[in-house]
Design a protein around this ligand. Structure first.
Ligand SMILES: Nc1ncnc2c1ncn2[C@@H]1O[C@H](COP(=O)(O)OP(=O)(O)OP(=O)(O)O)[C@@H](O)[C@H]1O
Ligand SMILES: [Mg+2]
Length: 370
């Protein structure tokens, strides 16, 4: 290397250093055996040390072993396939604070095409993640009023039943006819009602708990749990609910956040219900909600259809926007949240269309990977 080349290279490296250190994202470059070759200041700050302390060391020196082992496999795969990789990871800082990052990794190749190492650019998405969580919780509280009304409604029947049993017991006592069998019947019958009320409450509590881990769950079971909560009210308003399941015996499994998906379904069902309640006041109208669940090649599909009149073309593509509402007391939050949960959190798709006088909401969730 002559002096000009050397000066040129040295200038380039300096420029790259300034460039890397100006970036607000942590960046590192590792060789094929996982040793850090270059890092920027932002990365050094993240792991609470200096750049020179990191160079030559490996991820084992800065991250928990389980995380490193997982990423070792990912890195080996990237170096084999040359495919870029993206992931979301939590990271615990030295002061105990948890931050969330996206990782974008790609291979660097030598001039002869062999792998030289891996570059990773991290992006701090903590605020965005927290905002999303906050919005989801917020929307749950917005639905709370309706949930409490549903619970009150569902408790009405068992309470009436319980008070009838207590009065009956009083009469039996007055007639001096209490025996062991009568007592045992009374206890059993009462326990059925109490059990039912307690299940309603625990459904409600589960609904308010944020789901933090993705899980495999049955969609038919989730729908049953929703109708355990709101079914009575829908029945009370004289709305018919039809379930159209291709195969009645088989459960369909979804990979995602169960409570959040229940919230999405509840929002859509509530929208349909509110519209149909008004129409049901007119004579000759019978509100019907049809729920269809089926599976295609890549997706599980849930369709919720109501017969309460189509949506005007002008507003069709605004429905999922935050705060869009046509109701006097609406928040316009329900469908926006539904979109965030289905599309951002569960990598699915939510759509709406008219079919004559019917409105159909379709939710597609990617199939559980075997
Ligand atoms: N099944 C439906 N049929 C016709 N229009 C609908 C239906 N579902 C939603 N919409 C329209 O989409 C708008 C947005 O719905 P979204 O659930 O986001 O908010 P909202 O229902 O208006 O308010 P909130 O959920 O706070 O009561 C509604 O105001 C309504 O105009
Ligand atoms: Mg709504």
């Amino acid at each position: 290397m002559n002096e000009d080349d050397y000066n040129d290279l040295s200038k380039r490296l300096k420029f790259q250093d300034v460039l890397l250190d100006t970036l607000p994202n942590p960046v590192y470059y590792k060789d094929t055996i996982g040793r850090f070759i270059r890092v920027n200041t932002c990365f050094a700050e993240l792991v609470n040390t200096t750049k020179s302390e990191i160079i030559g060391k490996s991820a084992y020196d800065f991250f928990p072993k389980v995380v490193v082992e997982r990423h070792k496999i990912i890195d080996q795969n990237i170096m084999k396939t040359y495919e870029p990789y993206e992931d979301e990871v939590p990271f615990k800082k030295a002061n105990g604070e948890i931050r969330y990052f996206t990782l974008n990794k790609a291979v660097c190749v030598n001039e002869d095409g062999t792998v030289a190492g891996i570059v990773c650019v991290m992006n701090d998405i903590t605020e965005r993640t927290r905002e999303k969580e906050f919005l989801i919780q917020q929307s749950k509280f917005a639905e709370m009023g309706e949930m409490i009304a549903s619970i009150a409604h569902q408790w009405n029947e068992p309470l009436v039943e319980l008070s009838a049993q207590i009065q009956k017991m009083q009469i039996i006592h007055a007639m001096n006819k209490i025996d062991k069998n009568k007592m045992s019947d009374f206890v059993n019958d009462s326990m059925v009602q109490i059990q039912y009320m307690s299940e309603t409450l625990s459904d409600f509590r589960n609904f308010l708990k944020p789901s933090t881990v993705k899980d495999k769950f049955g969609i038919k079971q989730a729908l049953r749990e929703i109708f355990d909560i709101v079914g009575k009210q829908i029945f009370y308003f004289n709305i018919n609910v039809n379930f159209d399941y291709k195969d009645d015996s088989d459960e369909i499994f979804i990979y995602g956040y169960k409570n959040e998906l229940k919230q999405v379904l509840l929002n859509i069902i509530n929208n349909a219900k509110n519209k149909l309640v008004k129409l049901n006041e007119e004579k000759d109208f019978k509100g019907i909600i049809t729920i269809k669940v089926h599976t295609c090649k890549d997706f599980n599909i849930i369709e919720i259809c109501d017969n309460g009149g189509s949506i005007a073309d002008e507003i069709m593509n605004q429905l999922f926007e935050p705060f869009f509402t046509t109701k006097v007391n609406g928040t316009g939050f329900g469908l926006y949240m539904a979109k965030i949960i289905v599309e951002d959190k569960m990598s699915g798709k939510i759509e709406v269309r008219n079919n004559h006088e019917n409105v159909i909401f379709t939710i597609k969730i990617p199939l559980v990977k075997k």
